[in-house]
Structure formats: structure tokens, C-alpha cells
Design a protein around this ligand. Structure first.
Ligand code: AMP
Ligand code: MG
Length: 390
């Protein structure tokens, strides 16, 4: 058995080759940026009014100000502001020459072409040229995950296409002669295949492309030919089930037979001990135990960071600190355990969880609590780190 740290080290040592493609701005949500985005303009590009009001010189203490012109947003002012003068200006408008302050409309009175200030407005109400961004500033780094605000930044730079990393194609192969596809009747002794669907969603939610081989019976030939099929078209393959020590757990043997190097086969982790990681040239295979919580947890902890690396992104899970709402105890402590928890208002609640087949336990969970190897008790009130799974 090897530790989580060791397994992470092995995974990090496997070379990957992220590839780039140009994508229109609409298609970049949830993708990884493949170029630095530098600003070619100052932002704002001109001194911009932050208010509807009147632009004037802050040192001008005149009783009233003659209104030279009206400046809507998007229109270049025609006149320079002198003593006793102002321009009526709208939010977003270009502040005219000679003005360094905008008095907001609410504290003014306008009559017969003049404006008088009748209230207090201590702020300047101008966003100055280059105050947010200067020409040449790097706004987004290569490798950044692209969400709605990043898309906004790309658009604000006037770019309609950017380089992003290609989405890896991830083959999903679930093994088990007991498995039935949802939508079909469940005969005695059989269970529905849920891993195909949860794995596909995990892959897709991080921007990968999932290709499913469907359910494959526990037969050496069947697994081998389905695996060969996926290897021909996928960048990475996840096999679920068939990795343990049962009579029909063929996956590790098949991988060895077809020339894969098994980097690990047993992890000091619960759930997920019989996890297999294997490579052959560029081909990468994870074999995860079939119990749904094991499959889910191993994806989160090991497959996800690896897949992100294939997409040019250094993934660090969000870690949230909280206090244990109750005591936690366990009998065995030879492996690190990942326990489904709910963290809310800095409290960490251990959810009812009967073991790795209890997938339902994950639906209320928003985090995984890692209980380290050797520890079998965490006292109520202790500060713990929770790995977010949202
Ligand atoms: P295995 O890893 O093949 O020994 O399977 C461990 C347990 O997980 C068994 O109870 C299987 O029936 C169950 N299981 C395996 N594959 C799936 C799947 N795709 N969906 C739901 N449960 C599964
Ligand atoms: Mg099985």
C-alpha cells in the first residue's frame, strides 16, 4: 500500500502534453486559457465620469457655473472648462479638458443655463484613465480557469477569439455482470449502473469530453476489447469495478497483459484502496473500485488534478477550515479516510455514511474530510480542513 502523498507524486511525474486550439469567446466557459491576456489599452481609456452630474474644476469656488454643453456617454466633449464654467455630463461620459471633478446631480440646481451647488458631495466622481488597468498589464495568465468574469475580461480587451487548451477525451468503461442500465427493469441480484453517469458528469463539469463504452460484463475478452476501443480514441481511460481481489476482478491482469506499466495498485486510502494507475506510452488508465463513493472520491482526489494537468491547469482543491460539530471516531486507522461532510457557517457536520456503497450520503455533502493515516479520533470543536467538492 502506498500513501496518498506518494501516489500524488507518482501522478505528477507522468509527462502530459496539453494541446492548444483557438476558440470563439462564447465557447470558452469552463475551459482553460492557453495564452496570457495582456491589455493593449488603458482602462478606463479616458477620464470617465462615475456619476450623472456636472464636470468642473475642483478649485473653482464660483457661486454658479455656466453650462457649456451636455456630454452623453460615448460623445467627445467639444469645449474646455474654464472659470465659472461646467459641462453637464452623464455616467460613462468623457470628462472634458479643464475639469477634474464631477459634482453629482443630486446636490445641484439647474436654472437658465447655469448650475449651482446646493449640497455636499465630497467625492471627485471620476474614474481616471488607466486607474484599473495600464497598457501592457497581464490581466489573465495562461492556465487560468475561465468563468464568467474571465470571459468578461477577454471581451473587454476586444478579443473575440482566444487560445484555450483542448478538452481531453476521457473514456469511461464500467465493468460488472451485475450492472443494469437505468431505464431497464432490475432483475433480482442486480444493481443499476450509476458510475457511468456520475463519472461522465465529473468529467464534463471540469470541461472534459466523456466517451462511454457502456456496461461491460466481467469477462477478460469483453473488457479487453472495450478497453482497446477506448484507448484508440481517448486521451485517458477510467475503468470502474473489477480492480479488487475477487475471482472476476480482471482489470489489473489485463492491463499488465497488454503492456501497461502499473504505477500503483493499492493505496492507503478509504474508500478506494484497490485503485490502479497504469500507463503505456501516452496512454493513461485509472482503474477505480466500483463502489460509487470510491469511484467518486478517487476521481476527485486523483483523476481530477491529473486531467486538469492534461488541460494545462494546476488544480488545487478549495480547502475550507471549520470546527467539528461532533466527535469523530473510527476503529481502524491504517489508511487515510475521506469522509463526506457538510460545512456550513464554519461548522463541519459528519453526515450519516454507511460506507463506500452509500452514494446517497454524498448528495448532502459539500466537502470531504480527510482523516489522516494513524488517526482514529477527532474531537468536537477541533479545527479541521475540508476539501470542497462543489
Ligand atoms: P467491484 O469494484 O467490481 O468489486 O465492485 C464493488 C461494488 O460496487 C459491488 O457491489 C458492485 O456491484 C458495485 N458497482 C460496481 N460497478 C458499479 C457501477 N457502475 N455502478 C454502481 N455500483 C457499481
Ligand atoms: Mg465487479
Amino acid at each position: 500500500m502506498i500513501s496518498i502523498k506518494k501516489a500524488e507524486k507518482i501522478l505528477a511525474s507522468i509527462p502530459v502534453r496539453p494541446a492548444l486550439e483557438a476558440e470563439s469567446i462564447h465557447g470558452t466557459l469552463n475551459r482553460i486559457l492557453g495564452q496570457d491576456i495582456r491589455s493593449e489599452i488603458d482602462m478606463p481609456p479616458f477620464n470617465k465620469s462615475a456619476m450623472d452630474g456636472y464636470a468642473l474644476n475642483a478649485d473653482d469656488k464660483s457661486d454658479r457655473f455656466r453650462i457649456l454643453e451636455v456630454i452623453p456617454a460615448g460623445v467627445i466633449p467639444l469645449q474646455k472648462i474654464g472659470a465659472g464654467q461646467c459641462a453637464k455630463i452623464m455616467t460613462g461620459g468623457v470628462v472634458p479638458e479643464g475639469a477634474n471633478r464631477v459634482v453629482k446631480r443630486e446636490v445641484t440646481i439647474e436654472e437658465e443655463g447655469y448650475m449651482r451647488i446646493v449640497g455636499e458631495d465630497p467625492t471627485m466622481n471620476i474614474c481616471f484613465r488607466g486607474e484599473d488597468v495600464r497598457t501592457g498589464d497581464v490581466l489573465l495568465r495562461k492556465g487560468t480557469w475561465i468563468g464568467p468574469s474571465e470571459i468578461g475580461v477577454v471581451a473587454s480587451m476586444g478579443l473575440s477569439r482566444v487560445l484555450v487548451y483542448k478538452r481531453p477525451i476521457v473514456g469511461i468503461l464500467v465493468t460488472g455482470s451485475e450492472l443494469v442500465a437505468p431505464g431497464k427493469p432490475l432483475e433480482p441480484g442486480r444493481i443499476y449502473d450509476s458510475n457511468s453517469y456520475s463519472l461522465r458528469s465529473q468529467v464534463e463539469s471540469m470541461g472534459g469530453i466523456a466517451e462511454s463504452a457502456g456496461i461491460v460484463l466481467d469477462s477478460q475478452d469483453g473488457i479487453r476489447s472495450a478497453l482497446d476501443g477506448l484507448l484508440a480514441s481517448c486521451d485517458l481511460v477510467i475503468l470502474s469495478g473489477g480492480v479488487s481481489a475477487g475471482d472476476f476482478d480482471y482489470v489489473p491482469g489485463i492491463l499488465k497483459k497488454i503492456g501497461f506499466k502499473l504505477h500503483f495498485e493499492k493505496l492507503a486510502i478509504k474508500p478506494g484502496k484497490p485503485t490502479v494507475f497504469a500507463t503505456r506510452g501516452d496512454a493513461v488508465v485509472f482503474g477505480v473500485p466500483g463502489n460509487p463513493v470510491s469511484t467518486f472520491v478517487i476521481f476527485e482526489v486523483f483523476v481530477k488534478p491529473f486531467l486538469y494537468r492534461m488541460m494545462g491547469h494546476d488544480y488545487y482543491p478549495e480547502i475550507i477550515q471549520g470546527k467539528m460539530a461532533t466527535d469523530f471516531r473510527r476503529k481502524q486507522s491504517s489508511r487515510s479516510a475521506y469522509i463526506p461532510v457538510r460545512h456550513q457557517k464554519a461548522l463541519v457536520e459528519i453526515l450519516p455514511y454507511h460506507g463506500s456503497a452509500h452514494f446517497h450520503a454524498l448528495t448532502r455533502a459539500n466537502g470531504l474530510l480527510c482523516v489522516p493515516e494513524g488517526e482514529n479520533k477527532i474531537a468536537k470543536g477541533s479545527l479541521v480542513d475540508v476539501r470542497s467538492i462543489q
